[in-house]
Write a protein that binds this ligand. Structure first.
Ligand code: ATP
Ligand code: NI
Length: 359
């Protein structure tokens, strides 16, 4: 798809047609601890459109999973969430053919004329009934603990398919097809989740998330524990879902995965998005020194780890969060950088000295 019209807007800008499926504005998540406050996500803005695969990348602990959990109202009671996350409602698009390998309900969803829903204010009842596992699917980061242990994979999958409109007589065959689609042997569905390996549980969780054919899928490290062929199989499956009109937010440590399938990449560092670009632009010429350092750490590039450590999320600097590790730091970095346009396709980087942009 064209990346020019898939990019996020800087906070406050007017989104262009056809409009995002999800528009997150100023998302801030804080966890209250007895003696500290964890700044897990800070002033995060992003948009994702139908057909777009957005990869969110960044080191462990930078806030990627908290972002996904915030969108679905899954954060614990010590969290406070501010900002907005407008999800455009969808309805079945009559006559739209499902992808050949897809076993979702016979129609994919398309836009309606109804207004968007703010996921942060719509309330738990609406999240439970209309959003989680329906409008927005989640592949959790630790599926082994998230899956109900008392039912077999087959029962979980058939129940999910039935709950989303598959007729009783067709749901078992649909479950088998879905298992095959995610790289499981249908016979694996006869086991309970705890009897599965981590990689198999991962694929079962993916099948369960795909069963309702959600217009938006949040996939949190969906390839952890898989060998390379299965990683590629899973990534290509997510790509096909996007090509068929769904939007996928792929959370991953694996930059090669992002490069393989993403349209756009958001690089997170210490609770903030520091760069958000079309994938090709980011990999060919990162603008934020942190993105450049992450790419330099790849084995096929300089294989040089990012020097130093991220700041504590309980004690973030008031200026640029990357300043202490940045080779290009100057006095200006004591002030927080606003996102500035980089590249030619609407990308942004939050940096006072973006690479390749004249001062
Ligand atoms: N319930 C909580 N209470 C306090 N801090 C929390 C809570 N949940 C998460 N955090 C903190 O929020 C920060 C972001 O966590 P998150 O799980 O989003 O990281 P991540 O980017 O997904 O990392 P990983 O790649 O390791 O999964 C971490 O510092 C984590 O310790
Ligand atoms: Ni995580």
């Amino acid at each position: 798809m064209s990346t020019a019209d898939t990019l996020p807007t800087v906070a406050g800008a007017v989104p262009v047609a056809p409009g995002p499926l999800l528009a997150v504005e100023g998302l801030t998540v804080r966890f209250r601890l007895p003696d500290a406050v964890v700044h897990a996500v800070s002033d995060l803005c992003l948009e994702i459109r139908p057909g777009e695969l957005l990869a969110v990348v960044g080191e462990s602990g930078c806030g990627k999973s908290v972002l996904a959990h915030a969108l679905l109202g899954l954060l614990p009671g010590n969290a406070t969430v501010t900002g907005s996350a407008l999800l455009r409602p969808t309805m079945p698009a009559a006559g739209r053919a499902p992808a050949p390998a897809s076993v979702g309900p016979p129609t994919r969803t398309g836009p309606t004329t109804a207004g968007p829903v703010d996921l942060f204010t719509c309330g738990e009842r609406r999240l439970a009934r209309q959003v989680r596992g329906r409008a927005v699917g989640l592949v959790p980061q630790s599926p082994a603990t998230a899956l109900t242990p008392v039912r077999t994979g087959r029962r979980l999958l058939v129940e999910t398919l039935r709950a989303h409109g598959h007729p009783r007589d067709r749901a078992p065959a649909a479950a088998d097809r879905l298992a095959t689609e995610v790289g499981l042997d249908p016979a694996d569905l006869d086991h309970h989740p705890h009897e599965l390996s981590g990689g198999m549980a991962q694929r079962l969780a993916l099948a369960l998330a795909l069963a309702p054919d959600p217009p938006l899928l949040l996939a949190d490290e969906p390839t952890t524990g898989l060998d390379r062929p299965l990683v590629d199989h899973t990534l290509d499956l997510l790509r096909r879902r996007c090509d068929d009109g769904a939007a996928v937010l792929l959370i991953t440590h694996d930059l090669a995965a992002a490069r393989r399938v993403a349209d756009t990449v958001a690089v997170m560092y210490a609770s903030r998005i520091v760069e958000h670009r079309p994938a090709g632009e980011l990999f060919d010429g990162p603008a934020h020194p942190y993105s450049a350092a992450l790419l330099d750490a790849l084995p096929e590039r300089a294989f040089r780890p990012v020097p130093g450590h991220p700041p504590m999320l309980t004690d973030l600097p008031t200026g640029c969060v990357f300043a202490a590790r940045c080779p290009a730091v100057t006095d200006a970095c004591r002030l927080r950088p606003e996102p500035v346009p980089v590249g030619g396709q609407g990308g942004v980087a939050a940096c006072h000295h973006p690479i390749g942009v004249p001062a």
